[in-house]
Design a binder for this molecule. Structure first.
Ligand code: TXA
Ligand code: MG
Length: 338
């Protein structure tokens, strides 16, 4: 099978929708990262996602809808809180975990009795869901363990020969996966993202915690969100985050004795200050720019054959927590505080 790129025009959307209605898997753009989509009501179709990704069966999938009407097909009894959050953050990068409706394919929920659902803002994502006429289950479209894809080309790298189509909707503007918030029990952020716990707390008028903090290490026996226990976003290189100011980072790198295949993962404009090859991820003190660039930077490091990477620390709050969460996993939690 040869994987083909579809453009996100009427013809491409119609082709993608037809493939989805036939129970097949299609790579689709969203504002966060590309997703590997299939009809969430069709168990055989959803199984094809797990096969293409090499994803463990106990890791549930997020269901994508194109309108609030569809929410009731996915969720059993939508609570008032969910409608308030939907009004504030949808369409957009917030996933809410709620009790699942009958009809959702069992492997979407991994038997948890709950379902993660979101209404994406990317116009091509919504157009393809509308055209398919069903909610779409879609995990990030990377091979299990690889950095999430933020361009259609990244999806091709991982999925060539495994699916028939990737819908090309350009580079994903957000760049890190959605915030996952459970509304079953006390509201809690299970995975930090572009929508922050503080913003959610303000809408709900109550405190909202982040389970395991922003650096969940996988030591709990039952992780809050099954996906958090798996090694993620891992490039081939060994990454270490250097928690320091820029001048200390520069001094640390200058003292390295063996710099074979060693790269700096730094911010734009810092390359000239460093003696080793650099890949950048956004601008210093600009978390959204770091989020947008991180996964492409990790793939670039692999393409360049990086073996050892020293990363600048991401912004320390807001969206920076989501960036830090992803980078820590890419670094297998290696971090040096100077
Ligand atoms: O931005 C995103 O969320 C992207 C795009 C494609 O929408 N999707 C995405 O899916 O990141 P995935 O499968 O790579 O990550 C979904 C995360 C996993 O950590 C999974 O364990 C968690 O959400 N999750 C899904 N359903 C859940 C549920 N019912 N309860 C708890 N966690 C859930
Ligand atoms: Mg993923």
């Amino acid at each position: 099978m040869i994987t083909k790129m579809l453009s996100d025009d009427e013809v491409g959307i119609a082709q993608a929708a037809q493939e989805l209605q036939a129970g097949q898997v299609v790579g689709i753009p969203t504002e966060t990262v590309y997703g590997l989509a299939a009809n969430a009501l069709d168990e055989a179709a959803v199984q094809r996602i797990f096969a293409a990704k090499g994803r463990p069966q106990d890791n549930p999938l997020i269901v994508h809808i194109s309108s609030l009407d569809m929410l009731e097909k996915v969720v059993d009894a939508v609570p008032a809180k969910a409608y308030r959050l939907a009004e504030a953050f949808w369409p957009g990068p917030l996933t809410m975990v709620l009790p699942t409706a009958a009809g959702i394919a069992p492997s979407v929920t991994a038997g948890l009795g709950t379902v993660g659902v979101r209404l994406p803002v990317h116009p091509a994502a919504r157009a393809v869901i509308r055209a398919a006429g069903v909610p779409l289950a879609a995990p990030s479209a990377n091979k299990s363990g690889s950095p999430s894809p933020t361009t259609a080309q990244h999806v091709l790298q991982d999925m060539q020969g495994k699916i028939r189509y990737v819908l090309d909707g350009g580079a994903c503007p957000v760049g890190v996966e959605s915030t996952v918030l459970t509304l079953v029990g006390e509201p809690m952020v299970l995975r930090p993202g572009f929508v922050t716990a503080a913003e959610i707390a303000e809408i709900l008028g109550q405190p909202v915690g982040t389970v395991g903090g922003d650096a969940y290490t996988g030591s709990n026996s039952t992780p809050p969100s099954p996906g958090m226990k798996y090694k993620h976003y891992a490039p081939n290189a060994e990454i270490t985050i250097i928690d320091s100011e820029l001048n200390e980072y520069i001094a640390y790198l200058a003292k390295l004795t063996d710099v074979t295949n060693t790269f700096a993962l730094c911010f734009e404009g810092e390359e000239a200050l460093l003696d080793i090859p650099c890949v950048t991820y956004g601008k210093a003190d600009d978390a959204p720019s770091q989020a947008a660039a991180l996964f492409a930077a990790l793939r670039r490091l692999d393409a360049l054959g990086a073996k050892t990477v020293y990363a600048r620390r991401p912004a320390q709050d807001g969206v920076g927590l989501a960036v830090r969460n992803r980078l820590l996993r890419a670094a297998s939690f290696r971090e040096i505080k100077l």
